[in-house]
Ligand binder design. Structure first.
Ligand code: BTN
Length: 248
């Protein structure tokens, strides 16, 4: 299988790199486009949240993939991007980076980054996945908006100094290409294994908040669709395809 040819465009200031890549995907842009910005004025997070993207303090980029896979496998891409981001950062010299389901990047159980995957033409002949990655490299936690100050941190604040945005971008893209190829050739098993290794809450007591409330239990692992398996206090298993995890 051919590997991805990354085509990287660097911008000073944009509203949201995800929006720009989505727009280009709609106009037929091939796989491999990456737009990276020094700052975003309307950075978007999961669940309609804002992604704080101050200049020179973080890495903000979106990449375009066009996986030749079945529609039901496409959501797995976001787990692949999480692995690539965690492994890329660690190859760049960052201390131990863990994952919280579905794809928060964490150090010492605090969030240093996140992934927002958006899909275009999901069921069509050439679906597009826009994988947005935001990483807090340097910003001190007291600068974050108050609503997520208590749970957010940056690599530098956790002791991972000297990580520069360009090297981090290159190493994450290198890892993304590797794990994406692995997925196309070997499907989900290697991804599931690596994701579970990186996860910082498997076997622990957590709570999953979803549309029908908060459910406590023990995190067991992923099923073959990337859903989180929770063992509830009565011993029954429940699988979540979306939700917010808090570790108890
Ligand atoms: C999350 O909520 O954890 C996901 C955050 C994703 C932020 C990144 S920054 C680059 C890209 N552009 C955006 O507007 N969002 C993503």
């Amino acid at each position: 299988m051919p590997s991805i040819l990354w085509h990287i465009e660097k911008e000073l200031e944009v509203e949201s790199t995800n929006d720009l890549v989505l727009e280009r995907a709609r106009s037929g842009e091939p796989e491999g486009l990456v737009i990276c910005a020094r700052t975003q004025t309307k950075g978007r997070g999961r669940r309609g949240r804002t992604w704080y993207s101050p200049p020179e303090q973080g890495l903000y980029f979106s990449s375009l993939l066009r996986p030749p896979t079945k529609a039901e496998e496409i959501p797995l891409i976001s787990l692949i991007v999480g692995i690539a981001a965690a492994d890329g950062l660690m190859k760049c010299g960052a201390c131990s980076v863990g994952l919280k389901w579905p794809n928060d990047l964490r150090i010492n159980r605090k969030k240093v980054g996140g992934i927002l995957c958006e899909f275009e033409n999901f069921e069509g002949p050439s679906p597009a996945v826009v994988a947005g990655v935001g990483i807090n490299l340097h910003s001190p936690p007291d600068k974050y908006p108050e609503s997520f100050r208590s749970e957010a941190t940056s690599l530098e604040s956790e002791g991972c100094k000297n990580i520069d945005a360009d090297s981090a971008l290159n190493l994450i893209l290198e890892q993304l290409e590797l794990w994406y190829q692995s997925f196309l050739e070997q499907k989900f098993v290697p991804i599931k294994n690596r994701w579970e290794e990186l996860c910082d809450h498997i076997g622990q007591e957590i709570q999953v908040s979803s549309a029908d409330g908060a459910v406590p239990g023990k995190a067991v692992g992923l099923n073959d669709k990337g859903c989180l398996i929770l063992k509830m206090p009565d011993g029954r298993l429940r699988e979540f395809d979306s939700g917010e995890v808090s570790v108890r």
